[in-house]
Design a protein. Sequence first.
Length: 242
Amino acid sequence: MKIRLTIFLFGFMSISLVGQNEDKMDHTVGYHHIFYSGIQVNTHGWGFGFRRGYHQTVKRKLLYEFEFTTLKHAREVKLLPADGSNGFVFARENLAYNLRFGIGKHNVLAYKPFGEGVEIKTIYTLGLSTVLLKPVYYYMIYGDTPESSLERFDEEKHNVYNILSSGPYLKGFNELSIQPGIFGKFALNFEYAAERASIRSLEVGVVVDGYYKNVDLLAFADNYPVYVSFYLSLQYGGKWYR
């Protein structure tokens, strides 16, 4: 009787240990849903985003994502007046805010060994990109006239000596214009969270935004319909079952 009980307990403990090891190895695969958000810096500004994922196969999840980013011209120069007042970006025509909604997939290249370490994934998404353009206003002066007027920059009649300072930030929001386009993204994602149901990751990637016409950002410079951005993002979120 004692021998049978010993064999039974030994078998039960063995099955439990195997189950625990399998559960540790199933650090990501067993979760059918993921959601995480992140902040990013990129070669044209900064942004944040959200991503929702659904299980497809052992290595693949279907992704839906939304992002908000700024879009700055590479030749922007901020000038600082000698009197110590706030500086301004010379000849800026519009502030640009980019909204992206995309669908894509992630594919696992390397799983976490026994649920520890770093999991590596490739991510690609395609979707719609819409840039919101807000006109920029400056306080302008002419000659020796002490009074200033609030105007948009016009390269035909303005230069650096006409600008007294930047205008109010909120000025121009009632004149927003929209330029629709498309985007494509490819990234490498490194997920390092120690907790099984958590997501903490570092992501590096490239995004290409394309629009049907030039995005007017800066006077006296070439403005383009296509922008390529490299980005670095820190992300946090969670995973759960069905």
